[in-house]
Design a protein. Structure first.
Length: 175
């Protein structure tokens, strides 16, 4: 039995459409915002890091208010490029309860030197490899930078982004 060229084209188009829908569904599921698993939130709120000035930064102190967590490194150009946007957001919205914490996945001496030349208004934690593990638990399976997680005051995920933030994304946090 032979299939006509017209029927074969329709068959190929149907298979391609099904494959496309399956791929789109998988991508949507992968990037859909869902509540954070309770283990991830437990690890997040139990985390503590040293600040560049030697103080302890306890994530538990950030509970109950909206929070932007930004994982970055001094050697990461997109991280450095987005820092002024994040800093401007913090300065404009901290009076409304918004908190920002930068978690540096870098050597402490490099972070201190970088911040002495490029100060930010928000607190920074020296996260190192523990920060990489925290990022993975929060959804950054690749371990890439920059990585940003935005939580509402109830600790629910509002946004998760691997890669450089845009100005529009940052403006939408407060909406």
């Amino acid at each position: 039995m032979t299939i006509s060229a017209s029927r074969r084209n329709w068959l190929y188009a149907g298979v391609a459409a099904v494959a496309g829908l399956a791929g789109a569904g998988l991508a949507w599921r992968r990037h859909a915002l869902t509540d954070m698993p309770s283990e991830a939130l437990s690890m997040l709120w139990a985390s503590e890091f040293e600040s560049p000035t030697g103080e302890v930064v306890r994530l538990a102190d950030f509970q109950g208010k909206p929070l932007v967590l930004n994982f970055w490194a001094t050697w990461c150009a997109p991280c450095v490029e987005e820092m002024p946007l994040i800093d401007a957001f913090y300065r404009q919205n901290s009076a409304n309860g918004w908190q920002v914490l930068g978690l540096a996945i870098d050597q402490p001496s490099r972070v201190r030197q970088f911040l002495s030349q490029h100060a930010v208004s928000y607190p920074v934690g020296l996260a190192g490899l523990n920060g990489t593990e925290l990022g993975k638990v929060l959804g950054n399976s690749q371990g890439g930078l920059p990585f940003t997680v935005v939580l509402n005051a109830q600790g629910q995920l509002k946004q998760r982004k691997l890669g450089k933030l845009s100005e529009d994304e940052v403006k939408n946090w407060a909406l």
